[in-house]
Write a protein that binds this ligand. Structure first.
Ligand code: XMP
Length: 536
């Protein structure tokens, strides 16, 4: 198990998990904790370093989240980012002011290794000129584009600090006190738009904190299994298995932790892809490679009845989410004395459901869409802090076959959010057939070399638009199918995939010819943002 740990103290910024992820990418274990974590607890955790995140507040506002000077006395290196950098400056006797010019987005930044910021226009900044080199910026170019997002800035660095970077409008884009191991950047090294940001994080954990890099995904798996065992004891656990990547990884993880105390319930809500119910059963059921207690519940009718006439996407999600939980509760009652419910929630589900500080975009049924009352003692979400690619790594570590691990994601509410407008069994059949054709043709195009890589997610959706067409000599008035394909690494942002026209045409031809009720096929070109990946 990893012994080295970096604590990321969360002051409410948007990128907090991203910071932890960047540290983990350096093979050093990182955990995000709220800024209310006590000093005693921090000392007990024995971190190799601490990172203060950004946040929306101003340090001179008394109500803002903060630590006192004491945190700087525990002898652990600290990196402050954005608000965290201002907090460091303010607490240690520097000065933070509202900047005359706010900086947002990509900003040209000068790394002042070798000389202090002599071209600085701001005269109330005290600059030391004896600066030679910086562990934090070791190997980083003297001019980089960084990602800024601030209205306050450090106007005067505390005693003992040197300025190590500046921008046109920000005199202290970075500062450090090498003796005490305190480092700060006004910009966000954790976001992809900051050039060499990963190098800066890596320098902090290796060169400043002295980590050796003892964390790998196997440590996550090992630690999580141990924590689950401690939490569950002899209790019974129910896992909501959908057959998707996340819940499959969660189920196998749980099964390794608690063996037959786990029962996996697979609800076929009638909103799955074509033949998917049988495919999931083939893998996780009694004839598959895993020794799981597996229950398949065919609940199609029940879901269709609840969803009849419902058109609002958020309502559909909540209804599907609630019905899911009710089915689980019923299954749990049959098994008796089930204490824990496992869900494969991953980090993007958590932020997009607005459980962090960000606005609600969609209530993913496995998080924000949960009903107020859930009849389980506790919900276990072992993947809650991981991004999709990290979940896949964990899956491989657990020995789950590649074809399952690299499966494209499928949302919990399934085709329910791929049918725009009201849901009927006929529409489900249409979208299932169109989607199966599309996936088949993408596979074929990939095998033929027409596509170099497969899109990260691709599917057919049924629009709510009916239009006039002509087939044979007859007028039709049928539905339009929308094809979607996106390239993305984290599903938070995405680009439309450039699928060769020839492939799109093949798909269109087959859908029109083979799927009854569809007379038009469209390709959705929208990126995320401004669109989302799913159409609802
Ligand atoms: P969006 O549409 O939000 O999708 O850009 C991002 C990723 O999340 C999946 N998604 C969901 N997954 N419940 C889920 O479990 C949901 O309600 C839900 N909505 C979207 C989507 O398929 C994509 O991978």
């Amino acid at each position: 198990m990893a012994k080295e740990m970096i604590i990321v103290l969360d002051f409410g910024g948007q990128y907090n998990q991203l910071i932890a992820r960047r540290v983990r990418e350096c093979n050093v274990y990182a955990e995000v904790h709220p800024y209310t974590l006590t000093l005693d607890k921090i000392k007990e955790m024995n971190p190799k370093g601490i990172i203060f995140t950004g946040g929306p507040n101003s340090v001179y506002d008394d109500a803002s989240p903060r630590y006192g000077k004491e945190i700087f006395d525990i002898g652990v290196p600290i990196l402050g980012i954005c608000y965290g950098s201002q907090l460091m400056a303010y607490t240690l006797g520097g000065e933070v002011k509202t900047a005359p010019v706010s900086e947002y987005g990509r900003t040209e930044t000068f790394i002042d290794t070798g000389s202090a910021s002599s071209d600085n226009q701001n005269t109330d900044v005290e600059v030391e000129s004896s600066y030679i080199s910086s562990k934090l910026f070791d190997g980083v170019s003297s001019k980089v584009n960084t990602w800024m997002s601030h209205t306050d800035y450090i106007a005067k660095v505390p005693e003992g600090f040197r300025i190590t970077a500046h921008t046109k409008d920000c005199p202290v884009a970075a500062m450090e006190d090498e003796k005490r191991n305190f480092y700060a950047t006004q910009f966000h090294p954790e976001v992809m738009h900051t050039e060499q940001g990963q190098k800066i994080i890596s320098n902090f954990v290796y060169k400043v904190c002295g980590c050796t890099g003892d964390w790998r995904m196997d440590s996550f798996v090992e630690t999580t299994i141990k924590q689950i065992r401690e939490k569950v004891g002899n209790g019974k656990v129910l896992c909501a298995l959908s057959g998707g990547v996340d819940s499959s990884v969660a189920a196998v993880l749980l099964s390794k932790a608690v063996g037959k105390q786990l029962t996996c319930v697979f609800v076929d809500h009638g909103l799955l892809r074509k033949n998917e119910g049988d495919e999931v059963e083939a893998v996780f059921g009694p004839d598959g490679p895993y020794d799981l207690n597996f229950i398949r519940v065919n609940a199609q009718d029940r879901f269709y009845i609840k969803l009849a006439g419902v058109t609002e996407p958020e309502d559909k999600r909540k209804i599907i989410g609630e019905e899911f939980i009710r089915v689980f509760e019923e299954e749990a009652k049959k098994i008796g004395a089930v204490d824990f419910l496992v869900q494969g929630t991953i980090y993007p589900d958590v932020i997009e459901s607005g459980l962090g500080k960000s606005a609600v975009i969609k209530s993913h049924h496995n998080v924000g869409g949960l009903p107020d009352y859930v009849d389980f003692k506790e919900i276990i979400e072992p993947l809650r802090m991981l991004f999709k690619d990290e979940v896949r790594k964990a899956g491989l570590e657990l020995g789950i076959p590649d074809y399952l691990v690299f499966r494209q994601p499928f949302p919990g509410p399934g085709l329910g959010i791929r049918i725009v407008g009201d849901i009927t069994a006929e529409k489900v059949a249409m979208v299932q057939d169109a989607d199966a054709i599309y996936r088949e043709e993408i596979d074929k195009a990939y095998d033929e070399g027409l596509l170099k890589t497969k899109p990260n997610q691709y599917f057919a959706a049924l629009t709510n638009m009916r239009s006039v067409g002509v087939m044979g000599d007859f007028r039709t008035y049928d539905y339009a199918v929308a094809l979607r394909a996106v390239n993305t690494s984290d599903f938070m942002t995405a680009d439309c995939t450039d699928i060769p026209f020839e492939v799109l045409q093949r798909v269109m031809n087959r859908i029109i010819n083979e799927v009854k009720g569809v007379n038009r096929v469209m390709y959705d070109l929208t990126s995320k943002p401004p669109g989302t990946i799913e159409m609802e």
